[in-house]
Design a protein around this ligand. Structure first.
Ligand SMILES: C[S@@+](CC[C@H](N)C(=O)[O-])C[C@H]1O[C@@H](n2cnc3c(N)ncnc32)[C@H](O)[C@@H]1O
Length: 265
């Protein structure tokens, strides 16, 4: 699985959403200090760039060296390539050496790929007690226009469906059912999902690039299946051109689970 994001790293960088300021500010308002973040499954730094503006230092890790190569280089960000099932000793050697030193752990559109029991053990180790925060979010299928969405819906639920890994289904459920053993942060009476949205202007080529960045697109290709067949491309093109607008706003609904570590023995 950790390999699913290697081959299409360029498509990924060119088409995936960045995250809105409201999301990052909401998260930052829940950590008392702004010293150190561990951004896990950083990809090509989609969340890291904004985090680096708010926190003094960011350690951004991913299992894909190819994704990390494309991430923006910033003076307060250290990118590190890790193994998919990193042990506690690898964590301490390669990522964060000392217990209770991290203010925030972020996981953007990636936590559904992790082995949660061992990952949560690491999160509980690194976070400052009791107010260190974990923030994990995912985004679902985007909205464009009624006509594009209707072609997309069929494409997503029928054509691409067999090629999504089972783990990815938790995203369709907006992370509601993902195990999340953390306390509500101050000012909240539950740990989510809280809803945000990311919007950007996109043309049809960019929209196809987004589809090509999917793990399911990659898996289908490896099985000899081109998901963007001529008739599918034609359906999308007709729907896209209906309103005569070359570029359109694409909206990704984002779902955030957020919690604090509390006092862990
Ligand atoms: C869908 S991408 C998300 C990238 C980026 N955070 C974003 O918001 O677009 C998922 C990322 O998680 C990485 N990944 C998958 N399993 C991982 C693991 N066990 N540890 C760290 N990263 C992992 C993949 O290589 C990929 O870059």
């Amino acid at each position: 699985m950790a390999n699913l994001f290697i081959k299409q790293a360029k498509q990924y960088l060119g088409s995936r959403p960045n995250y809105p300021e409201e999301l990052l500010q909401f998260i930052a308002s829940k950590t008392p200090c702004h010293d150190l973040v561990w951004d896990v499954g950083t990809g090509s730094g989609q969340a890291t760039v904004s985090l680096a503006r708010i926190y003094k230092n960011v350690i951004a890790t991913d299992t894909s060296a190819k994704q990390l190569e494309l991430a923006p280089k910033l003076s307060n960000v250290q990118y590190k390539c890790t193994t998919p099932n990193m042990s506690m000793s690898e964590l301490q050697q390669n990522v964060v050496a000392a217990e209770s030193t991290v203010d925030l752990v972020t996981i953007a559109q990636a936590m559904h790929w992790f082995d949660l029991p061992s990952f949560y053990q690491q999160v509980k180790f690194v976070l400052k007690k009791p107010n260190g925060v974990i923030a994990a979010w995912c985004y679902k299928s985007p909205y464009v226009t009624k006509s594009v969405d209707s072609v997309f819906q069929r494409f997503y639920t029928v054509d691409s469906d067999p090629y999504w890994a089972p783990e990815r289904k938790i995203v369709d459920d907006m992370y509601r059912t993902i195990e999340f053993p953390f306390e509500a942060v101050d000012g909240c009476d539950h740990n989510g999902p809280f809803e945000f949205k990311s919007e950007r202007l996109i043309d049809l080529e960019g929209f196809f690039l987004y589809i090509k960045s999917w793990s399911a697109y990659q898996t289908a290709k490896e099985n000899g299946v081109e998901l963007l067949k001529d008739d599918v491309v034609e359906d999308f093109t007709n729907a896209w051109n209906e309103d005569g607008k070359y570029e359109k706003i694409i909206t990704f609904p984002i779902y955030l689970r957020i919690g604090k570590v509390g006092n862990v023995n």
